[in-house]
Design a protein around this ligand. Structure first.
Ligand code: PLP
Length: 359
């Protein structure tokens, strides 16, 4: 049996990637010009498949970058001249905030303890803030923001630009694109692809904001500014020589996911998550890290391990060729993180749950 990587990123490759790679080599995807018709067709295909998969409306643009980390920086450069506000509840949301400070924005934050999520009525964004940044699925702690809360925040702050980090959840959540202005992810998590490609979705409000900042003399950065990405997108191109293989593979995997059906994928994700949270409840030494059930991530399940080192359980699983993620940062020795992405089969989840319950 092949080794399963239930790690939250990089994660297991989607099971069709090996075949797509072979075809990519045969079709010279890495060798053609990034200004050629052939590449433009690849870009157009990838974009169309993503639009279908995630229900991306026409007034949202889909641009490609080197990583999600890069998109944190681009969002701050293009959408915020002075003040950003960050919901912080783990390492990834904290880094977004840190970037704002490094870029010398006036970065404000509302922070809650690790393992907790947010209640929209407790969030108070001061007047004058331009951009609200939130991490819909905090990969370090397994805390998610329910979609209804995104809607509440939008209602509460209709004039703010809202940026959503969906790196370890997309395409699982059925996002309503009216609830935010920009959303992004990278491909080595739920899409099961090699790392090195960020996907940045932004709407016309973001375009207007970037144009306004540029007109006022603010720097938007250099090659990956919204205006530069946009003028290239009109030709299905990118400003630089992009990760053509990554863009090609993303289009192929998104097509595979569309064929399987996003509804089915969501149902299977829910089933596997319930199975794992149920196993955690049954085991005397294991428990869900996230106390509030509605804040428990479906795509990254984080477990506390009591009375023994988490490494024992990682080793047990590894002996059965299942690689489970360790806790993040200071929680490394006492937690497990189990990725639940479209490529991870029900069978592997059942096997891991049985293994944990017998341990
Ligand atoms: C992994 C991750 C990132 C960073 O993605 P890169 O592809 O490494 O840049 C950002 N946000 C969240 C929530 C993540 O899980």
């Amino acid at each position: 049996m092949a080794t399963s990587f239930l790690t939250p990123g990089p994660s297991e490759l989607y099971y069709t990637v090996a075949d797509h790679l072979k075809v990519a080599l045969r079709e010279h995807v890495c060798e053609i010009s990034h200004r050629s018709k052939a590449f433009q067709q690849i870009m157009a295909h990838t974009t169309a498949q993503l639009r279908e998969l995630m229900g991306v409306p026409d007034h949202f643009h889909i641009a490609f970058t080197g990583s999600a980390t890069e998109i944190w920086e681009r969002i701050l450069q293009n959408l915020c001249a002075e003040t950003s506000f960050h919901l912080v509840n783990g390492s990834f949301s904290k880094k977004f905030y840190d970037f704002a400070r490094q870029l010398q924005r006036k970065a404000l934050k509302y922070e809650v303890p690790l393992g907790q999520g947010f209640w929209p009525h407790e969030i108070d964004v001061p007047a004058g803030t331009e951009l609200l940044c939130l991490t819909q699925n905090e990969t370090s702690t397994g805390v998610t923001m329910p979609l209804a809360d995104l809607a509440t925040l939008r209602q509460k702050y209709p004039h703010l630009l809202i940026a959503v980090d969906a790196v370890s959840s997309a395409p699982y959540p059925a996002f309503d694109f009216a609830q935010f202005d920009t959303l992004f992810f990278s491909v080595q998590k739920c899409f099961g692809l090699p790392a090195g490609l960020g996907v940045w979705l932004f709407n016309d409000r973001c375009v207007a904001k970037a144009e306004q900042l540029a007109a006022q003399g603010h720097s938007l950065g250099t090659y990956h500014t919204i205006p530069s990405l946009l003028s290239n997108l009109q030709k299905n191109e990118t400003p630089e020589t992009p990760n053509m293989l990554g863009i090609y593979l993303l289009g192929k995997v998104a097509e595979d996911l569309n064929r399987r059906g996003i509804k089915t994928i969501r149902q299977e994700t829910d089933y596997k998550a319930s199975l794992m949270y149920h196993a955690l409840e049954q085991h005397p030494q294991l428990s869900a890290f996230v106390g509030e059930p509605t804040h428990r991530s479906r795509t990254v399940v984080v477990a506390n391990v009591l009375g023994r080192p988490a490494a024992d359980l990682l080793a047990l699983a590894k002996a059965q060729q299942i690689i489970v993620g360790s806790g993040y940062g200071s929680l490394k020795d006492s937690q497990l993180r189990i990725a639940n992405f479209p490529t991870h089969s029900k069978e592997v989840f059942e096997k891991l749950a049985d293994l944990l319950l017998a341990s």
